[in-house]
Each structure stands twice: as structure tokens, then as C-alpha cells.
Design a protein around this ligand. Sequence first.
Ligand SMILES: [Zn+2]
Length: 268
Amino acid sequence: MIFDYFRNLRRAKLLARQPLDPDLWKQVLEQHPILARLTEAEAIQLKELTTLFLAEKQFECVQGLVLEPYQKASIAVQACLPVLHLGLDWYADWKTLILTPKEFQDKRRDPDGALVHEYDEELGGQVMELGPVILSWRDVEDSGWGDGYNVVIHEMAHKLDLRSGDYDGCPPLHNGMSYEEWELSFTQAYEDLRGKVGRLGKRAEKMLALDPYAATDPAEFFAVCTEYFFEAPRVLLKEYPGVYGQLCLFYRQSPLTPERVSPERKSS
Ligand SMILES: [Zn+2]
């Protein structure tokens, strides 16, 4: 398509004229342990996506927050990790990120259901269908350390989920993937977690390997599993190997064995 041609041309020019500051990129790689597994080729690809993300998305700060270049790059790199082998066009239907200094209250609940995410009373992140992604900087700071929590990746997973038109924990799958196998793996795992959370009650948070918040509904289960996939893949593989396998196919990444990723499989 002619539109794709001009967009790709614009992106190529931008990468040539405004490359990411090398020192800034070095700092980003060093301060996000979840990026340590990437191959050299993947790191180069992620740097390009991060550069384009910073140029194409709009960052709006509220409540007095001011973001330094490193902070924006930290958000961008974590947002781009899930689409490393999918491409930035998976985020083409939204443009704005709203950043708050810390967790925020859900005071803007939309009766028509446009609001699709909440973390209990205090929100660390939120997405609106076709609308902005809202993130608290304090939660972004807690992300990327390899402990299973990542608010940026969580909200990006919701955006990918919404690409299918439904907020149901199943993004549009690639050719060669099976919706039946996806549903089987995810439903079994989700029901297992719901059962455990129900039995353990208040002890669930301490006793379960996965965040019990994942048992909220299938969409949250997909988002939380995606967090573990990129943050603590061994935990997810041990708990729910079927889900881990489906996420390898969807994200076209194998966090535990990066050499298995085929570099030419970048298109959707
Ligand atoms: Zn969520």
C-alpha cells in the first residue's frame, strides 16, 4: 500500500536523522534487567522501535510530573518489548500516554464500558479502548526488574488484546496459530488459578507464584501472564507451560531460549 510506503520512508528517515542518544540507550539497557537476555540483533531492533515509539507517541504529564528523556525512554523500551517481533503497527490505533506521578483513583468510570482496566481502588495503569494509556510513574519505576511486575507491559497486553475488537484475553492470532489451542491452554490455566485463589483466600498473594489479580477475568489473566512472560518467564513456564508456549507463538519470542527466535519472522 502507498500509505505503508510513505510511513516506512518516514520512519527510515527518522531513524537516520534522529537516532537515540547512545549514552541514553546504554543507560536503558543497564537499568532494565529484563533486557539482558536479548541477542545483539534483538537489541538493535528494540532500539529502533523505541526511537520510533518516542517520535510517534505523545507523552502527556499531569499533576506536576515532568519526565526526563531517560524516563520516557524507559517507558518506550518496555512498551516496545512485547512487539519486538510483531512491529509497532500493533499499536497504531492509539497515540497518547498519560503519566501521573503515582497511583491514581478511578474517578472517571465510563458507564458505557469504555474503561477497561483497574487495579483495585488505586490504579497503577489503565487503558481506554482506542484511547490513551494511563500510567503512574511510580509503578513504571517498579517495572522491568525481573520480578513479574510490569505495569507498562500489562497495559500494552490490554492494547494487543483489544486489537481483536474484544476485551477477552485473546488478541488476534497469527496464521498457523490455533484459537482452539489458545483457548484450551488459557482456560485450563485460568480455571486452575481461580480455584487456587478461591481456596486460599487472603493467603493467595503469599502462597501463589502468580499474582492472584490474574484471576479477576480472562483479560487480566492474559495481561498478567504477559507480564510474567517477559519479567519472570521461568515462573510462568513452571506454572502454566501451555500458556507459556502460546505466548511464545504470539509474541514470536522465547524469553528462555532467545536463539530459537527466527529473525525474519517480523511481519504479522
Ligand atoms: Zn489490567
